[in-house]
Design a protein around this ligand. Structure first.
Ligand SMILES: Nc1ncnc2c1ncn2[C@@H]1O[C@H](COP(=O)(O)OP(=O)(O)OP(=O)(O)O)[C@@H](O)[C@H]1O
Length: 226
């Protein structure tokens, strides 16, 4: 579904990601953990197309569904992202002047799809009856549920989430992650979540540790559970 091939990124000559390679499969819910500053958000931003990898000769370092991203012009890359990706990022927060229903319907509208599924998704995330409310009328957890509904409404093949439960209390975070997990499995998407939370990571199929030597699969060892 998503292939990284020797993906590198440096800022001002200082390497952050160095020749990173990994294959993410369809239907997989993967978390990425690692020390602060190691490059987790940078990695997600590169995959999302919010930032560009270091230039390479030859093959594209990011391949989505067999399509080399660096071979696409801006227009084609935007279309692919819009149709095949869903984002749960702070930068993509719900739009304050649109109702919840309009917020969730946006990816459908932009892709020329029927908008009926927007109400279904609001229902699925427990916000039925709130369709015509505005974001300022919601709690942080409810807002995050709207962001999840909007990220998944157009059934993207790839879902990218950056600390989706970062500022939520543990119970709300757990409910949000269960919802995310359920919706990802229902749509068959591949989802990549950056998190510092071991509890959040435990909800995923696979935990990857990002370090200076690259990505490595890992397991969380909890001494209280032995
Ligand atoms: N636009 C930028 N310009 C210059 N340096 C940047 C830029 N974006 C990120 N960096 C640097 O790249 C490194 C990785 O940052 P990144 O935000 O990806 O780390 P992270 O693993 O997500 O950290 P955290 O867990 O603290 O959020 C940091 O040293 C950061 O200062």
């Amino acid at each position: 579904m998503l292939e990284l091939r020797k993906l590198s990124k440096s800022y001002g000559g200082r390497p952050v990601l160095d020749q990173l390679s990994w294959t993410f499969k369809a239907g997989e819910f993967v978390s990425i953990m690692g020390d602060s500053g190691v490059g987790k958000s940078t990695l997600l931003n590169l995959i999302a197309g919010l930032d560009t990898p270091d230039a390479v000769n030859g093959e594209s370092p990011i391949i989505v569904d067999g399509i080399p991203m660096s071979g696409l012009d801006d227009d084609a890359a935007t279309k692919l992202r819009r149709a095949r990706m869903g984002f749960i990022f702070q930068a993509f927060h719900v739009l304050p002047h649109l109702t919840l229903l309009q917020n969730v319907a946006l990816p459908l509208l932009l892709n020329g799809l029927p908008t009926a599924r927007a109400a279904e998704m609001l229902d699925a995330v427990g916000l039925a009856g709130r369709e015509h409310d505005f974001p300022h009328q919601l709690s942080g957890g409810q807002m995050q549920r709207v962001a999840i509904a909007r990220a998944l409404v157009h059934r993207p093949a790839l879902v990218l989430a950056d600390e989706p439960t970062g500022n939520l209390d543990p119970d709300t975070a757990d409910a949000i992650l269960t919802l995310l997990q359920r919706e990802i499995k229902a749509t068959g998407a591949c989802a990549i979540m950056v998190t510092h939370s071991q509890l959040a990571a435990k909800k995923t199929d696979k935990i990857l540790q990002l370090s200076k030597s690259g990505l490595q699969e890992t397991t969380i060892v909890n001494p209280f559970e032995q």
